[in-house]
Ligand binder design. Structure first.
Ligand code: AZC
Length: 825
C-alpha cells in the first residue's frame, strides 16, 4: 500500500482511450505535453511521435497489469537471451495488437492527418542481421499472443544493421542512426542501471575454513535498461523486451575528471559506451573481436542480475529456480551466461558447486542455428582470461568434471575426449561455446527437422551419444500477424471472408482453404489480390528506388543475406543463361515467359566475395535492363537496403520464391515460410525447412531440384571438380564465358575474374553441380506459370497447407519439449 487516499490513485492504472473522440483528445494532449507543440504548429515527426505515444498509452495499462500479475503468481517464465532482435516497424504492429487501427485512422483523419504518411516516418529498429534476429522477434510476438510470460533480453545498439547503398553497383555501408529522431516505443530506466565488471584477476580467500576463489574485476560499465512493450494480438497481454545500453560508470568518470584530465574522461566514456554502439553486421560467421565478447557478457550479466534481483520475490529459494525460469540461449552469442550464472550462484550467493551446477543444467537450453563449422563461435583462452578471468576458471572446472564423466562412460578414448572437450587446443587454445552450451543446456535444438538430424549425426554425434534425449528439434516459424495480416491485408481479408475470424491465432485452420482452391471465383479473387500486391510493390519501388515492375511479369524473388552457401550465384547464372539465350538468337524472345527478378541482400562488410557477387548482380542488371533485345521479357531489380519493411511489401507480391542453398547448409530458412504463406510457389533444394514445406504442400506445388544432402556428401567423397561440369554443359559454359568476357564490366575482364575462377576451381557450394537441374526446374516453372489458373490453385494450396509454420506452433513445441512452462497465465 502506498498510503494513497484519492479514488483514482487506488486504481493507479489509468483507463486508455477506446473511442475516436478519446483518441483525438489523447493524441492532441500528447502533441502538447510531449512535443510542446499545437496541432497546427506540429511537423510530421511530432505527429508520428504523438501518435506512437497515444498507442503506447493504451498498451501501458495492460502492461502494468501483466507485470503485477506475473510478480504475484511467480509462474515459470522464459527469459529469451538473444544478441539480436530484428523487430521491424512498431506502429502498425502495436495498432493491430491493440485493436486500435480503425479508431486511430479515423481520429487522425478527423485531425486532417493521413495516418499512412506518418507510418512511413518510422525508422525500423534493425537490431539484427537476418534470420536469427527476426526469429527472436517472431517468438516474442507469439509468446505474448499466447499469454506466456516472457522477458526478451538483448542489446540496445545505438546503430543497427548498416544501411546499404550502391555506388557504381557496389555496396557501400552507411550508419543506421535509427534513434536520431527519438524512439517513442522505449522506456529508459537509468536509475535501474546495473554495474557490469570486466578484467582484473582472481584470488583465493578463506571463507570460514574453506578456500574459495573470487573475482577482483579491473573495470566496469553501467548497463541501463530500456523497456519495450511486446503486445499480444488483441488478447490484452503485454510482455517485455528489455534491451541494455552501456554507459560509463559515474565514479570512474568523476575520478578522472577531478584529476583534470578531460580528454581521458571522455575517452573512458567512449570506451564504455562503445559496448552497445553498433551491431556486428556478421551473419553466420562469428567475428572474433574483443568488443563482441564484451557485448555478449555485458548483456547476459545484466539480464541474469535483473532476473535474480528484480523478477524474483525477496527470499526466493534459489534451489527452486528450475521451477521458476528457463533461459533460452539464442545461438552461442549468450552462452557466456552459463559461467556467469555459476559464478553468481557460487561466488555471490554462496551455493556449493554441485548444487549450483545441477540448477544451471536445468535452467538453460540452447538453440543452434547453423551447420557451417566455421560459424560455431570459439573464444581464445587468452582473450577470455583477460576479459573474464573468473569465468575462464569456471569453464575449466565445468570441462574437467565433464571429461571425467566422459572417461567413465567411454573409457580412455583420447581421440574422443579431445573431440568433446570444451577447450580446443588448435589452432590456439580456445573455448568452444557450442560445446559449453551443449554440456550446460537441459536441451539442445536445431531449427528444422533436417538441421536437427544433421546436428546430431554430423556436428555433435559424441554429445548425442553421451546425452541421450538431450537433442530435439523445433522447426522455426514466423508470426502471421506481421507477415500475413499486416503485410498482406487483402489476402487476410479474403481468408476471413472464407473462414471467418480466428485463423490468425489458429493457423491450422488455413487447411479449410483447400476446398476453396477448387472454386473458380475464389481463385479469381486470390489472383486479383496477388495482382493488387504487385501494383502496391510497384508504387513502393518507384517511390523508393525509381524502379518499375513490369506488368504481366512473373515476379521471381530472392531475398536474404548474401552468402555463398545461399547461392545467389546460381540464380544469377540462370538469369545470364536466359539473357544469353535470347541475345545469341538461340531462343526467340517471344517464347520467353516474361520475368522480373528481384534481389534483396546485404553482404557483411568484410566478406569480399559476397560483395563482389552484389556488384555482379547489379552489373548484370544494368546490362539486361538496358538491352532492347530482351525488353519486356527480362528485368533485374536489386533494391538496396533490404530490411523487414521492404520484406513486408515484396513477399506478398512474389510469384516465385527462391530457396536454393546447397543441401545441408541452410539450417532452416524462414523467408521460405513467409513466401509460401503469402501464396508464392517455391523453387528449392531439399534443405532446411524447404523439406517440410514440400512435404506439406505436396510435390505438385513445389519445384524441387538439385542434390540431396547425402548426394552432396557423395560428390565430395568422389572428388568434386567444378570445371568438369563447366566443360560438359554448353549453357553453363556460355553463361560463365559471358561473365568472364567482361560483357558486364565494360570489357574489363578482371572485375569479376575472382568470381569466375572461384566457380571453376573451388566452388565450395557446388553451384556448377546443381546448375543443370536448376535450369530444368526453371523451365518447369515457366511451363507451369503459363497456366495461370493452375498456378493460382497451387498458390492457394501453399497458403492452405503452411499453417504449421506459424511461430505460435514453434512456441508450443518449445513449451512442450523444452521449457515446460504453463501454457498461459
Ligand atoms: C540463421 C540460419 O542461417 C537460418 O537458416 C535460420 O532460419 C535462422 O538462423 C533462424 O533459425 N542463422 C543466422 O542468422 N546466424 C547464425 C550465426 O547462424
Amino acid at each position: 500500500s502506498t498510503g494513497a487516499t484519492h479514488p483514482l490513485a487506488l486504481a493507479p492504472v489509468i483507463a486508455p482511450p477506446s473511442t475516436v473522440d478519446g483518441f483525438v483528445r489523447e493524441f492532441l494532449q500528447n502533441l502538447n505535453l510531449e512535443r510542446g507543440v499545437t496541432l497546427s504548429a506540429s511537423n510530421p515527426n511530432d505527429r508520428y511521435i504523438a501518435l506512437a505515444y497515444t498507442v503506447r498509452d493504451y498498451l501501458v495499462a495492460r502492461w502494468l497489469e501483466d507485470q503485477r500479475r506475473q510478480r504475484e503468481t511467480q509462474a515459470k517464465g522464459v527469459c529469451y537471451l538473444s544478441a539480436e532482435y530484428l523487430l521491424g516497424r512498431q506502429l502498425d504492429n502495436n495498432l493491430l495488437a491493440s485493436g486500435l487501427t480503425d479508431i486511430a485512422t479515423d481520429a487522425l483523419a478527423a485531425c486532417g492527418i493521413d495516418i499512412g504518411e506518418l507510418r512511413e516516418l518510422e525508422v525500423e529498429p534493425g537490431l539484427g542481421n537476418g534470420g536469427l534476429g527476426r526469429l527472436a522477434a517472431c517468438f516474442i510476438d507469439s509468446l505474448a499472443t499466447m499469454s506466456v510470460p516472457n522477458v526478451g533480453y538483448g542489446i540496445r545498439y545505438e546503430y543497427g544493421i548498416f544501411r546499404q547503398t550502391f555506388v557504381g553497383g557496389q555496396q557501400v555501408e552507411q550508419p543506421d542512426a535509427w534513434l536520431s529522431l527519438g524512439s517513442p516505443w522505449e522506456f529508459p530506466h537509468p536509475e535501474a542501471a546495473q554495474t557490469i565488471s570486466f578484467g582484473g584477476h582472481t584470488e583465493t580467500y578463506d571463507d570460514g575454513g574453506v578456500t574459495r576463489n573470487r573475482w577482483v574485476p579491473g573495470w566496469d560499465v553501467e548497463a541501463v535498461p530500456y523497456n519495450y512493450m511486446v503486445p499480444g494480438y488483441q488478447n490484452g497481454r503485454v510482455n517485455t523486451l528489455r534491451l541494455w545500453s552501456a554507459k560509463a560508470t559515474n565514479s570512474f568518470d568523476l575520478r578522472v575528471f577531478n584529476s583534470g584530465d578531460y580528454e581521458e574522461a571522455v575517452r573512458a566514456q567512449t570506451f564504455a559506451e562503445n559496448i552497445s554502439k553498433v551491431l556486428y553486421p556478421e551473419d553466420s560467421t562469428p567475428q572474433g573481436k574483443e568488443l563482441r565478447l564484451q557485448q555478449q557478457y555485458f548483456f547476459v550479466a545484466a539480464s541474469i542480475r535483473d532476473f535474480l534481483d528484480h523478477q524474483l520475490l525477496p527470499d526466493f529459494d534459489l534451489t527452486k529456480l528450475p521451477e521458476r525460469v528457463i533461459f533460452q540461449l539464442n545461438d552461442t552469442h549468450p552462452v557466456i551466461a552459463v559461467p556467469e550464472f555459476m559464478r553468481v550462484l557460487t561466488d555471490e550467493k554462496g551455493m556449493d558447486w554441485d548444487a549450483a551446477w545441477a540448477i544451471t543444467q536445468q535452467c538453460f537450453a540452447y538453440t543452434c542455428h547453423t551447420l557451417l563449422p566455421e560459424a560455431l563461435e570459439v573464444w581464445s583462452v587468452d582473450l577470455l582470461g583477460r576479459l573474464l578471468p573468473r569465468h575462464l576458471e569456471i569453464i575449466y572446472r565445468i570441462n574437467e568434471e565433464f571429461l571425467v564423466a566422459v572417461r567413465e562412460r567411454f573409457g580412455d578414448d583420447e581421440m574422443r575426449i579431445r573431440n568433446m572437450s570444451i577447450i580446443s587446443e588448435f589452432p590456439e587454445r580456445s573455448v568452444r561455446m557450442a560445446y559449453l552450451a551443449t554440456v550446460a543446456g537441459a536441451k539442445v535444438n536445431g531449427v528444422a527437422e533436417l538441421h536437427s538430424q544433421l546436428l546430431r549425426d554430423k556436428v555433435l554425434p559424441d554429445f548425442d551419444e553421451f546425452y541421450p534425449g538431450k537433442f530435439t528439434n523445433v522447426t522455426n516459424g514466423i508470426t502471421p500477424r506481421r507477415f500475413v495480416r499486416l503485410a498482406n491485408p487483402q489476402l487476410s481479408g479474403l481468408i476471413t471472408e472464407a473462414l471467418g475470424g480466428g485463423w490468425l491465432t489458429d493457423m491450422e485452420r488455413l487447411r479449410e482453404l483447400e476446398a476453396y482452391a477448387e472454386d473458380p471465383d475464389f481463385r479469381a479473387a486470390f489472383a486479383e489480390v496477388k495482382a493488387a500486391n504487385k501494383r502496391r510493390l510497384n508504387d513502393v519501388l518507384l517511390a523508393r528506388d525509381g524502379f518499375e515492375v513490369s506488368d504481366g511479369h512473373m515476379l521471381d524473388v530472392m531475398v536474404k543475406r548474401l552468402h555463398e552457401y545461399k547461392r545467389q550465384m546460381l540464380k544469377l547464372l540462370h538469369i545470364v543463361t536466359a539473357y544469353e539465350g535470347i541475345v545469341s538468337g538461340a531462343v526467340a524472345a517471344s517464347d520467353v515467359q516474361p520475368r522480373t527478378f528481384i534481389f534483396g541482400a546485404k553482404a557483411a562488410p568484410g566478406y569480399a566475395m559476397a560483395k563482389r557477387i552484389i556488384h555482379l548482380i547489379n552489373a548484370v542488371g544494368s546490362v539486361v535492363n538496358d538491352d532492347p533485345r530482351v525488353e519486356g521479357r527480362l528485368k533485374v531489380l536489386f533494391p538496396p537496403n533490404y530490411n523487414v519493411t521492404l520484406a513486408e511489401r515484396l513477399i506478398p507480391a512474389a510469384d516465385l520464391s527462391e530457396q536454393i542453398s546447397l543441401a545441408g547448409k541452410e539450417a532452416s530458412g524462414t523467408g521460405n515460410m513467409k513466401f509460401a504463406l503469402n501464396g508464392a510457389l517455391t523453387i528449392g533444394t531439399d534443405d532446411g525447412a524447404n523439406v517440410e514445406i514440400r512435404q506439406l504442400v505436396g510435390d505438385d506445388n513445389f519445384f524441387l531440384f538439385g542434390m540431396s544432402e547425402p548426394e552432396v556428401e557423395g560428390l565430395w567423397a568422389r572428388g568434386y571438380k567444378p570445371s568438369e561440369f563447366y566443360q560438359a554443359d554448353d549453357h553453363l559454359r556460355r553463361a560463365i564465358d559471358l561473365i568472364a568476357s567482361g560483357a558486364f564490366s565494360d570489357g574489363d575482364k578482371s572485375v569479376f575474374e575472382p568470381i569466375v575462377s572461384n566457380l571453376l576451381y573451388d566452388d565450395r557450394f557446388m553451384v556448377l553441380a546443381d546448375y543443370s537441374a536448376y535450369i530444368d526446374a526453371q523451365a518447369k516453372v515457366d511451363a507451369a506459370y503459363a497456366d495461370q489458373d493452375a498456378w493460382t490453385r497451387s498458390a492457394i494450396l501453399n497458403v492452405a497447407r503452411c499453417g504449421f509454420f506459424s511461430s505460435d506452433r514453434s512456441m508450443r513445441d518449445y513449451i512442450e519439449r523444452i521449457w515446460h512452462t504453463p501454457p498461459s497465465l
